[in-house]
Design a protein around this ligand. Structure first.
Ligand SMILES: *Cc1c(COP(=O)(O)O)cnc(C)c1O
Length: 220
């Protein structure tokens, strides 16, 4: 299967209001260009340096999403161009994003990452922490960020009932937090193995890598 065929088949199987982020981490620019030439404009990367390099080499109408864990000292490298940061898991990080966005006279869109998985290795804040953050005075002072929704990663398991519970939890957390902040319209959840389920559970943004670009090879 080619990248453009994969993209077309995924696009045709998802509702129009669901945004497809093509997760291109570890893949060469030639693969990304194939997706670009098939019409894809939103790409997701999980390493800042790799995203910066690809941004430099590729057309400028691409929207770059940072989907991985973000180290505060690296925010400055992407602040000039990043379109959406999915993995915001602390106020400190949000503050640094605000500071770097201000330097470029930009407003950077962010999602709060909520820990929905039953795994120690996954990042994210609790629903209560997110609620406290959104109501704090310190938060209201950050003028160069927009928090536009939530992101979650389900447990890596073949138990789809568990995955559904975790997606349902993110959806209900989103409904609750929306009463505090009506801008939280995005729910980023669902990857290659579970995006159909995620959409049934209310996802508005899916992050799909291997189903578009093929399996990743981490050994090189
Ligand atoms: C790699 C990655 C994805 C995409 O995973 P696939 O299973 O290849 O679709 C989605 N979200 C995050 C945060 C990722 O790191």
């Amino acid at each position: 299967m080619s990248i453009s065929k994969n993209l077309r088949s995924i696009k045709s199987s998802i509702p129009e209001n669901v945004t497809l982020v093509a997760v291109s981490k570890t893949k060469p620019v030639s693969d990304l260009m194939e997706a670009y030439n098939a019409g894809q404009r939103i790409f997701g990367e999980n390493k800042i340096q790799e995203m910066v390099e690809k941004h430099e080499q590729m057309p400028k109408d691409i929207q770059w999403h940072m989907i991985g864990h973000v180290q505060r000292n690296k925010v400055k490298y992407m602040a000039e161009f990043v379109n959406l940061i999915h993995g915001v898991d602390s106020f400190k990080l949000l503050k640094e994003i605000n500071k770097q966005a201000k330097k470029h006279d930009r407003i950077i869109n962010c999602l709060l990452q909520i820990k929905i998985a039953d795994e120690e290795s996954k990042f994210g804040m609790s629903a209560d922490e997110a609620s406290t953050l959104l109501q704090s005075d310190e938060f209201s002072e950050l003028k160069n960020i927009h928090v536009v929704g939530l992101m979650g990663m389900a447990t890596f398991t073949s138990n789809m009932k568990q995955v559904k519970n975790e997606f349902d939890y993110l959806r209900s957390t989103s409904e609750k937090l929306k009463t505090l902040n009506p801008n939280l319209l995005t729910i980023s959840m669902g990857m290659s193995g579970d995006y159909q389920l995620a959409i049934e559970c209310g996802s508005t943004m899916i992050r799909v890598g291997s189903s578009i670009f093929g399996a990743r090879n981490y050994t090189n």
